[in-house]
Write a protein that binds this ligand. Structure first.
Ligand code: DQA
Length: 146
């Protein structure tokens, strides 16, 4: 099993960015934790972060035929990007949308997601745990459908 974790804009600032909302863990520590969990599960996990929409689209394209599924925290692009939606659907790779914060408990503009309706599932609001829950949920889904 080969999974790809994608983090979008501003998530490189985790640990220093609005810590009352996003917590004090850095992206490197979150990726490290998930990498350990993936190792324990015998899963290959690649991690990618970019602040650029086109770079995220390119990374999704590169995953075609190589990756079984994607975990994505698209950050603000969740709420704005038709291009990311098209890339995920065009790649035909199943994905889980995840967020540290509960986007539905925040500003109205965060309630819309261009990714949610075609996702395997969504995890939102559990802080760092969102990454683990999304990983375990996706894994169970993939193992079930094999
Ligand atoms: C986020 C929620 C988004 O609304 C926001 O733009 C982010 C982070 C989250 O993980 O809670 O950058 O995706």
């Amino acid at each position: 099993m080969h999974l790809l974790l994608i983090n979008g804009p501003n998530l490189n600032l985790l640990g220093q960015r609005e810590t009352s909302i996003y917590g004090s863990n850095t992206l490197a520590s979150i990726e490290g934790e998930l990498q350990r969990e993936a190792d324990e599960e015998g899963v290959q996990l690649d991690c990618f972060q970019s602040n650029f929409e086109g770079a995220l689209v390119d990374r999704i394209h590169q995953a075609i035929g190589k990756v079984d599924a994607i975990l994505i925290n698209a950050g603000a692009y969740t709420h704005t990007s038709v291009a990311l939606r098209d890339a995920l659907l065009g790649a035909g790779i199943p994905y889980v949308e995840l967020h540290l914060s509960n986007t539905f408990a925040r500003e109205q503009f965060r309630h819309n997601s261009f990714l949610a309706d075609r996702a395997v599932g969504i995890v939102s609001g559990f802080g760092v745990m969102s990454y683990h829950l999304a990983f375990q949920g996706l894994l169970a889904h993939l193992r079930q459908s094999k």
